[in-house]
Design a protein around this ligand. Structure first.
Ligand SMILES: *[C@@H]1O[C@H](CO)[C@@H](O)[C@H](O)[C@H]1NC(C)=O
Ligand SMILES: *[C@@H]1O[C@H](CO)[C@@H](O)[C@H](O)[C@H]1NC(C)=O
Ligand SMILES: *[C@@H]1O[C@H](CO)[C@@H](O)[C@H](O)[C@H]1NC(C)=O
Ligand SMILES: *[C@@H]1O[C@H](CO)[C@@H](O)[C@H](O)[C@H]1NC(C)=O
Ligand SMILES: *[C@@H]1O[C@H](CO)[C@@H](O)[C@H](O)[C@H]1NC(C)=O
Ligand SMILES: *[C@@H]1O[C@H](CO)[C@@H](O)[C@H](O)[C@H]1NC(C)=O
Ligand SMILES: *[C@@H]1O[C@H](CO)[C@@H](O)[C@H](O)[C@H]1NC(C)=O
Length: 648
């Protein structure tokens, strides 16, 4: 079983999508230290805040050469953070930052805060006790702050060394003094802070000590999109408010939305991939709906390669040149599926059959022909020299038969310029023998049994010495199990007049049907008559069979012999051959001899089978011996086959 190419691609796709979804599901940044360049990633309040000394100077540093008194500043991350979508969907985050606050006056002031704000802009007049968080009119502000207050500026303040949770106000709803934990915020030492929010609770750790934990619904106070960062202020009391490093991890609830999209896209992709997979599978199992010639060509080449006398593959250009561009002057004849031209290169002549491009049947015929006779070699078979499939052109190259096809001689075709039949008795006998040997070889002599299915005078070719060569394998079918003597087929193939009466009932190609056609051929060659006209064929009474049988019944079968031989034939030989022909045309396939017997009779080894004086009538259903009762089904619709069937 061919392994499907889909799973690896599918896995790669899946990994890629998961990778993408992980990427978008995080809102994350990290400043292990601050460089001047990092200002691009931040929104800094003008005149007061910038990056100096590898730190965010939230309120001015001395190095700026400006006053540091009575200032406020803000520094927030440029990209807003999606905090919530609805009351059920609130982002969680954690952030770690290191502060360094150094008093410049005593007691120092005012302080620094981590802020989550709807507005990135520093509120005016927010210096002094307002820490850059709000100003004296906090109405309409949307800000939550964790203040690191270093000055007790009023009675509300716990002391000059505390943290506090401020919501839209400078008055802390909760404050904790750090003095009892042994930490001095404004002592000029690094202060390590970790804020964690899980969507419900906010916890604060300072230098790895849990100092605050509070249940908090941030979505109540803040817009959906917020800026995160720092604010700070000084008054107449001053200090340096520095942020040394900062890392932020947030879940991206927008990303979760994206995740949902990704999930939908993945489902769609999976369905699409499965659908395509199913199509591929069906294509592979059932095969192309129309015969795929590219594939066929490969099959043909495979099949041909196995054969010792493999036909050659020709270039179209060479065949075009050999036939003088398929000149009408070189036309030898027109078959059911194509036109035959004479071609020559050097002093070698060939017959080139150009399969009609329009005919789909023609393609099948082409394949049948190359795969059946391509592998066969017998002196009484027309040799297939080569083939060509190029530019949608199908061509077959055969050995050239100077005397053309047999029908021109026996039917005295005036158009072909043969007015008088030139075939004498010996030639006729040789032709029958040759054809019999060819058919016997097909049925019994080659590796796989081949049913020709279209034995008739126009398919017997004559070489320069009037040796018969069986050709036109367009309808031929190879049967791969040797024992089996029939080929299941849904189409009725053959040429009216040569078709056995049971053909239309069996829907199968059988050896007996080939034998019947061969019997008709014998009678034609000996009697010089066409097999019958259409109206007579309708009741399966092929006229030539009936006609000869009448002579046999009247006791003088040799009266049927072609009068154009002027009696120059061997009486008892002619009688044997005609009786053999009748035996082959027995309406009941059970009584027809096999081709081996036919050959032996023709070579004079044995007598022809006995034939009843009166032509037996065809009795329904007469099944060929080569298939069993079980497989047989009578289809009423097939009883009147000629309506759709054109002779070839
Ligand atoms: C912060 O959150 C991220 C992502 O959820 C997690 O990997 C990390 O360990 C957290 N850090 C702390 C200090 O909690
Ligand atoms: C942000 O705050 C500034 C200063 O208070 C104000 O001018 C601006 O309109 C605010 N922006 C929004 C979107 O509220
Ligand atoms: C702020 O809003 C409150 C009511 O919400 C109102 O009483 C107060 O006067 C407002 N303050 C200012 C400065 O507008
Ligand atoms: C916090 O811890 C660091 C080392 O972990 C130390 O250097 C620093 O002084 C501490 N800060 C305070 C305010 O105690
Ligand atoms: C913190 O340190 C500064 C400078 O050393 C000092 O002036 C201040 O009193 C200290 N505050 C506390 C609460 O220990
Ligand atoms: C939040 O904190 C409260 C106590 O303050 C606790 O009972 C609750 O379990 C915490 N919730 C979560 C989700 O950690
Ligand atoms: C700041 O002002 C307050 C009162 O307005 C005063 O007590 C304090 O000494 C001043 N601080 C400095 C450093 O001038």
């Amino acid at each position: 079983m061919r392994s499907s190419p889909l799973p690896p691609y599918f896995l790669i796709l899946l990994v890629f999508l998961i990778h993408c979804s992980i990427q978008v599901s995080c809102f994350r940044f990290n400043f292990p230290t601050f460089e001047k360049d990092d200002e691009k990633q931040l929104i800094l309040s003008e005149d007061t805040t910038d990056i100096e000394q590898n730190a965010i100077q939230v309120t001015p540093d001395f190095s700026n050469g400006i006053y540091i008194e009575t200032k406020s500043g803000r520094a927030v991350y440029k990209k807003p953070f999606r905090l919530w979508r609805d009351s059920h969907t609130i982002a969680s985050f954690n952030t770690t930052f290191v502060l360094n606050i150094e008093k410049k006056t005593s007691p120092g002031g005012e302080g620094l805060a981590f802020i989550i704000a709807g507005n990135s802009t520093l509120p005016p007049n927010s210096e002094g006790r307002w820490l850059g968080i709000v100003n004296s009119n906090p109405n309409g502000s949307q800000v939550v702050a964790m203040e690191f207050d270093t000055r007790k500026s009023d009675d509300q303040d716990l002391d000059d060394n505390h943290i506090g949770l401020d919501i839209n106000s400078i008055n802390s709803m909760l404050s904790v003094s750090l003095t009892r934990f042994g930490f001095n915020i404004s002592g000029g030492r690094d202060l390590w802070a970790l804020l964690q929010y899980d969507g419900q609770n906010l916890t604060v750790r300072v230098n790895e000590t849990l100092v605050l934990s509070q249940r908090l619904d941030l979505s109540r106070y803040l817009p959906k999109e917020v800026f995160v960062g720092f604010s700070a202020s000084t008054s107449n009391e001053t200090q340096l408010n520095c942020v040394i490093s900062w890392e932020f991890f947030g879940t991206d609830i927008e990303g979760e939305g994206n995740l949902l999209w990704v999930a939908w896209i993945m489902i769609a992709v999976v369905i699409l991939v499965l659908f395509i997979g199913v199509l591929f599978y069906l294509y592979w199992r059932i095969g192309p709906i129309e015969e795929d010639l590219e594939g066929a060509q490969k099959n043909i080449e495979d099949e041909i390669r196995r054969s010792d006398f493999a036909p050659k593959k020709f270039r179209f250009s060479k065949l075009k040149q050999a036939t003088s561009n398929f000149s009408p002057n070189n036309k030898l004849g027109k078959g059911g599926f194509g036109t035959v031209y004479k071609g020559s290169w050097g002093n070698k002549d060939v017959a080139v059959k150009r399969v009609s491009k329009k005919s789909n049947q023609g393609k099948q015929e082409f394949i049948a022909e190359v795969t059946t006779i391509g592998n066969l070699n017998h002196k009484n078979l027309v040799k297939l020299i080569g083939w060509c499939y190029e530019r949608r052109e199908l061509l077959l190259v055969y050995e050239y038969m100077p005397n053309g096809s047999l029908d021109k001689y026996i039917f005295c075709d005036k158009k072909a310029g043969i007015v008088e039949s030139r075939l004498n008795w010996e030639q006729r006998q040789n032709i029958i023998q040759g054809a019999a040997q060819a058919l016997e070889y097909l049925h019994n002599g080659c590796q796989n049994r081949v049913l020709h299915r279209d034995i008739k005078a126009s398919n017997i070719m004559l070489d320069s010495e009037f040796i018969a060569k069986l050709g036109d394998f367009g309808l031929a079918r190879t049967i791969h199990e040797k024992e089996k003597a029939y080929h299941s087929t849904i189409e009725i193939a053959g040429t009216p007049g040569y078709m056995a009466p049971e053909t239309f009932l069996t829907s199968r190609a059988t050896v007996e049907i080939d034998v019947y056609s061969f019997g008709v051929l014998i009678l034609e060659v000996v009697c010089g008559r066409k097999p019958g006209n259409k109206s007579e064929q309708k009741n399966y009474n092929n006229s030539i069979v009936n006609w000869v049988w009448e002579h046999y019944k009247n006791g003088k079968i040799t009266a049927a012999v072609d009068s154009r031989m002027d009696g120059n034939f061997v009486e008892n030989e002619a009688e044997r051959v005609l009786i053999l022909g009748l035996a082959c045309c027995h309406p009941n396939p059970h009584y027809r001899p096999c081709m081996r017997t036919v050959s032996q009779v023709l070579l004079g080894g044995i007598d022809p089978p006995e034939v009843p004086q009166e032509r037996p009538s065809f009795v329904l259903p007469a099944m060929p011996p080569s298939f069993t009762q079980m497989e047989y089904s009578l289809k009423g619709s097939q009883l009147n086959p000629f309506t759709d069937l054109a002779g070839r």
